[in-house]
Write a protein that binds this ligand. Structure first.
Ligand code: 5GP
Ligand code: ZN
Length: 610
């Protein structure tokens, strides 16, 4: 049977759709890639605004119109919050809440087993749909507790290749218990469920091995990762664990809420070099009064402190935000505060939302609801201010060097596009990339990994060879939605360090040394000022600064070096014994910042040393 999917709303929904697709295709269903004869539609809905509800309903109707005999299953947040409404739409056969979303394959089996189907759908009449769980509609609004019974994070499968070949999403948690007064999500998504760290790491490992170069951590409220009392990890633990994985990839956070993540917490994230300099920090309003009424639990002052810390660390740190206009009792002065902040901060993107009244939330019954025309007016003003803010951000980035992950080639433009780590859409002209002078680091030696991603394309497929590669660029011109980027070759911080390192120079034969052993991983040479009759140094060819900089991925190399020490000692006739020394950093007496083991022998050595 052929199944078509349609997903509305957030990344978590998209992620869950992908997981469902994998699950169902493993069960033998055919995943539709066109709009042809579809047997089953799975519509993963959203309810974040009334517009989302409307779109969800529209799509259901559209599917039924295109394939009148298809079976229609509706899931997601709209199905969770308004199950009866969803079931009442003509042609809907199955309604499944978020909690049971991953059981849709079983629901389908049950559906077909219960009533033998003739000609597809069984429920041509409106209101006939199977409501998966009778508790669904009860749980809405008043009985949030009913959603609390799913106590374990459900594993939804390992693959999450959403849309792109370059960027993969990993869902790290579900649910939100913050109850912002305007927000329906806690009712739709239920209680907090963080995913065990090992499970996240193994999914990340898998995706990196498949060749994905950007891992986006996503969730309903990512900042709440691990706040459950049963967890000892938090979102920093996730970043730390992923940062230490081997491979050429970067990590992006989809969104962090300023309530949970304050200025001092943010600072702790700066040391993870794989983490992109981009953060989505929802502001929602520039007025303390409105923030309070929204139950946002932070003040403008606290928000500004985070911005200060970020921009002091990196003036071009990409900061995007969400702002709601027309919240109940938002006066002109309150709105002006939101406008002022948008004019003062150089946001890389401002998403403006008109307040949408969601039944069942605290704000829905507040006095002072703002009328639609006024909301539209404020929204238009703020959108313009947001665009201007982005232009200022682009201006700050003019002539700056950035690293772009190329995502696609856009035929019409003759350009490759991708994002810088601080989230600027970069346009790279194909002639610039393909010029003889520029040689993209990895593009010419397609690894097994990238072949996996590109499938069976031939290696002569020139256009494709830069996709999913990192390219260093200079940003040279501002466009409406991004910047022109010219590829350059510049030294990364790591490369700069290496070009100043004497031991790297010895490795590269730029300065001479009395080498006694060499292979592709290590080099062994005589110390220039020997402290014993035999004094050699064993170093890794890879530039590792000190023992303190050894990472989990170096484990094999370290073991290899220890074995080499023994072999070298044998060739140096040190059968009476020898000493192996590693001096680590300043207090350890390290003078050359490239990891090395001293091997000393041919005299008796006293202990302890001086
Ligand atoms: P550390 O004090 O960092 O543990 O050891 C550095 C060692 O490298 C010292 O014993 C020093 O004599 C040696 N060294 C420093 N520069 C050079 C050089 O250019 N060539 C060689 N062969 N050894 C060097
Ligand atoms: Zn070095």
């Amino acid at each position: 049977m052929k199944i078509a999917f349609h997903t509305l709303g957030c990344k978590v929904n998209q992620y869950e759709t992908e997981a469902l697709k994998n699950n169902l295709s493993a069960k033998g269903y055919e995943i539709a890639t066109d709009e042809g004869a579809i047997d089953i539609y799975i519509i993963n809905t959203c309810t974040v605004t009334s517009l989302a509800d409307r779109k969800s309903r529209q799509y259901i109707r559209r599917a039924k119109k295109l394939n009148p005999h298809s079976v229609i299953a509706v899931t997601g947040c709209y199905a969770q919050v308004s199950p009866e409404e969803a079931a009442g739409i003509e042609g809907v056969d199955i309604v499944v809440g978020n909690e049971d979303k991953m059981n849709i394959p079983e629901q389908l089996e049950k559906f077909f087993a219960d009533k033998p189907v003739q000609n597809g759908s069984k429920s041509q009449d409106a209101g006939n749909a199977l409501l998966d769980a009778s508790k669904l509609n009860e749980s809405v609004m008043s009985e949030y507790e009913l959603l609390q019974n799913a106590d374990e994070y459900f594993e939804i499968g390992i693959i999450s290749e959403v849309g792109s070949r370059t960027r993969a999403f990993i869902k790290v948690q579900d649910g939100c218990d913050r109850f912002c007064s305007y927000c329906i999500i806690p009712y739709a998504r239920g209680k907090l469920q963080s995913r065990p760290l090992e499970s996240i790491v193994s999914e990340a490992r898998n995706l990196i091995d498949k060749g994905f170069k950007e891992i986006v951590l996503t969730g309903i409220n990512t900042a709440l990762y691990g706040v459950e009392s049963s967890f000892s990890d938090d979102i920093e633990s996730v970043i730390k664990a992923l940062n230490s994985l081997a491979g050429d990839f970067r990590i992006r956070l989809s969104s962090l809420e300023p309530t949970v993540i304050d200025a001092s917490y943010i600072k702790k994230l700066f040391k993870y070099e794989k983490l992109c300099h981009h953060i989505h920090l929802s502001l929602q309003s520039g007025s303390d009064k409105i923030l309070k009424s929204m139950n946002r639990r932070y003040s403008m002052d606290e928000y500004m402190q985070i911005i200060k810390v970020l921009t002091e660390f990196d003036p071009e740190y990409g900061i995007s935000t969400d702002i709601i206009v027309g919240f109940p009792e938002e006066t002109n002065e309150d709105f002006e505060e939101s406008l002022k902040i948008t004019e003062n901060i150089d946001f890389c993107k401002v998403h403006v939302f008109k307040y949408s009244n969601r039944k069942g939330t605290t704000a829905s019954t507040m006095r002072g609801q703002i009328d639609g025309t006024e909301k539209s007016k404020r929204s238009a003003v703020l959108i313009t201010a947001g665009d201007t803010s982005a232009v200022r951000f682009f201006e700050k980035n003019l002539n700056k060097e950035k690293k772009v992950l190329i995502e696609e080639f856009v035929e019409d433009l003759g350009c490759y596009t991708g994002y810088t780590d601080n989230y600027i859409k970069a346009y790279i002209h194909k002639t610039h990339l393909q010029s003889e002078h520029f040689n993209c680091n990895h593009a010419n030696n397609g690894t097994a990994n990238s072949n996996h991603i590109t499938g069976n394309r031939s290696s002569s497929d020139n256009i494709d060879k830069y996709v999913n590669e990192f390219v260093n660029v200079r940003l040279t011109e501002i466009f409406e939605d991004g910047m022109l980027a010219e590829p350059i070759e510049f030294e990364t911080k790591e490369e700069k360090k290496m070009s100043n390192c004497i031991f790297c120079k010895i490795v590269n034969k730029e300065i001479p040394a009395n080498v006694m052993y060499e292979d592709d991983k290590v080099l062994c040479f005589h110390d220039i000022t020997p402290k014993a009759p035999v004094h050699v140094l064993l170093i890794p060819k890879k530039h590792i600064v000190s023992m303190d900089d050894v990472r989990p991925e170096d484990q094999e190399l370290m073991g290899y070096m220890i074995v080499k020490i023994k072999e070298i000692a044998e060739t140096l006739d040190l059968e009476n014994g020898y000493r192996v020394v590693n001096n680590c950093k300043k207090d350890g007496g390290q003078t050359v910042d490239h990891l090395h083991f001293h091997i000393l022998g041919k005299r008796q050595m006293i202990w302890p040393p001086g």
